[in-house]
Design a protein around this ligand. Structure first.
Ligand code: MN
Ligand code: MN
Length: 469
């Protein structure tokens, strides 16, 4: 009897695929490395809350690791302050193909409108227009910080961060009290309960000294304050990019501190992991290009997003740096031979919402980086569907480097879906697949990642960038 059980167990071990948590598969010293990376990440996430701030924080790290802005073996290029490209020269010239990771550094938020400031009932507000896929009820009744820039007509730049220093005030969108919200909110669909036009930030309540007949004294008082502190006039909002984001730092979550919770982990967790990986890459076999892109959350349109042809220009210029005159089809050939990873997050399974998840094929928190062969929706529509050959090659790369990965898709068939930049880069003919950690509460103001998945994402990116054929 015992021998029969043993035989079954042996057969199962040999043939069946049994996912295991990262924590069961790493040694003590790797657990320490997981904690160290998570702490660096937590600090990064706490300060990099806009695409511009991400670029700034990343450039500071690149400089500290002897990356230069001038073309050299390890250099970077900033595009319009919102996108970043990092190159590491390989042993082979770029026309043999690149090892490319593309991540995005924009996240859902509330952007100020062009004419944001108004007063009603002696209260001053900023009007907003949300950016990306938000659930509007997430954005009420919480402290919000204002991050961004104002550019004056003379080109001078005013950087604004209000609400992060403990001494700073914060802004907020007030919700309606339950006593009065039964009909106006409670009887409505969740998606309609809070209209976008009500997502206005409370910014003031002190009228300027004057008489009660003088109109808009609170608004004027706010304008005076903005002028005194930043030199702004009301028209300056026209040339500003001010984003309301959740205030406060990223935090450890759980009594055992297994998780990092914070705003903007889609997709700054992949951006951070890719940066941590590329900082360590020296003389890889293939030349490396890591991209940190903007505008993914609104469809990758716009000249700093993945659909922009500045990507072609980057590669064109890179070939020239190598002394290659990129004539005819050299640029296209470089793209065709490139192996790429779209570094983006996916949904981790939440046991409370198994009605949308498919247990066998969705991602588990703490089970490692997720290899997502295809995205899209409704019959893989709009999907990048990576080829089996490419999946097989990555399996080998991961196995050789000790990367704990899980292969997963997002949600039940026909339950919903989504896309990443993968399909836009696939246009160039390169092999590309999605690779990143799972999150809980994705696209919420407080997304949750497992520290072990962050670490395996970094490890997977490092292995991918260093890999040969
Ligand atoms: Mn994303
Ligand atoms: Mn997203």
């Amino acid at each position: 009897m015992a021998s029969r059980e043993e035989a079954l167990k042996e057969l199962k071990e040999k043939l069946a695929y049994t996912p295991k948590p990262v924590w069961d598969q790493v040694k003590e010293e790797e657990k320490e490395a997981i904690e160290r990376l998570a702490e660096d990440y937590r600090r990064f996430l706490s300060v990099a809350k806009t695409e511009r701030e991400c670029v700034e924080a990343m450039v500071a790290l690149l400089k500290r690791h002897e990356f230069s802005e001038r073309p050299s073996a390890r250099f970077y290029q900033v595009f319009r302050g919102k996108s970043l490209a990092v190159f590491v020269a390989g042993k082979k010239p770029p026309y043999y193909g690149l090892r490319l990771i593309a991540t995005h550094i924009d996240s859902p938020r509330l952007d100020l409108k062009l004419h944001p400031l108004y007063e009603d009932l002696d209260l001053a507000f900023f009007k907003t227009h949300y950016y990306g896929g938000i659930k509007k009820y997430h954005w009420v009744a919480r402290p919000l910080a204002l991050h961004g820039v104002v550019i004056k007509p003379d080109g001078s730049r005013i950087r604004i961060v209000i609400g992060e220093d403990p001494k700073d005030p914060v802004l907020t969108v007030c919700d309606l009290l339950p006593h009065l919200s039964r009909k106006v909110q409670g009887d409505k669909k969740l998606s309609e309960a809070i209209p976008g036009e009500k997502l206005n930030l409370l910014v003031g309540g002190l009228p300027l000294v004057g008489s009660a007949e003088d109109k808009e004294r609170v608004k004027l008082s706010i304008l005076k304050l903005l002028h005194e502190k930043y030199g702004l006039t009301e028209e300056d909002f026209v040339s500003a990019e001010l984003e309301a984001v959740p205030a406060g730092p990223a935090l450890e979550v759980g009594l055992d501190r297994a998780f990092i919770g914070g705003y903007g982990q889609d997709d700054r967790i992949c951006a951070f992991a890719a940066l941590a990986a590329v900082l360590e890459i020296r003389e890889p076999i293939y030349s490396t290009l890591v991209l940190f892109l903007d505008k993914e959350e609104i469809g990758s349109d716009g000249n700093t997003g993945a659909k922009s042809r500045f990507l072609e220009k980057l590669v064109y210029d890179y070939l020239k740096i190598w002394g290659v005159s990129p004539q005819g089809d050299t640029v296209l050939e470089t793209f065709l031979r490139t192996r790429a990873v779209s570094g983006d997050v996916t949904a981790g399974m939440d046991p409370h919402y198994m009605e949308v998840h498919e247990k066998l094929n969705d991602a588990r928190m703490g089970y490692g980086v997720v290899l997502t062969k295809y995205t899209g929706h409704g019959g893989k529509y709009m999907a990048n569907d990576a080829h089996a050959e490419y999946m097989a090659w990555l399996r080998r790369v991961f196995s050789e480097a000790g990367v704990v990965y899980q292969a997963a898709s997002m949600g039940k068939v026909d339950e919903g879906g989504g896309g990443t930049v993968a399909k836009y880069l696939a246009l160039y003919g390169m092999d590309i697949v999605d690779l990143g950690p799972p999150l809980l509460g994705m696209h919420s103001p407080f997304e949750v990642a497992h520290k072990a998945d962050l670490y395996m994402t970094y490890k997977a990116y490092r292995a991918f960038l260093s890999a040969g054929d």
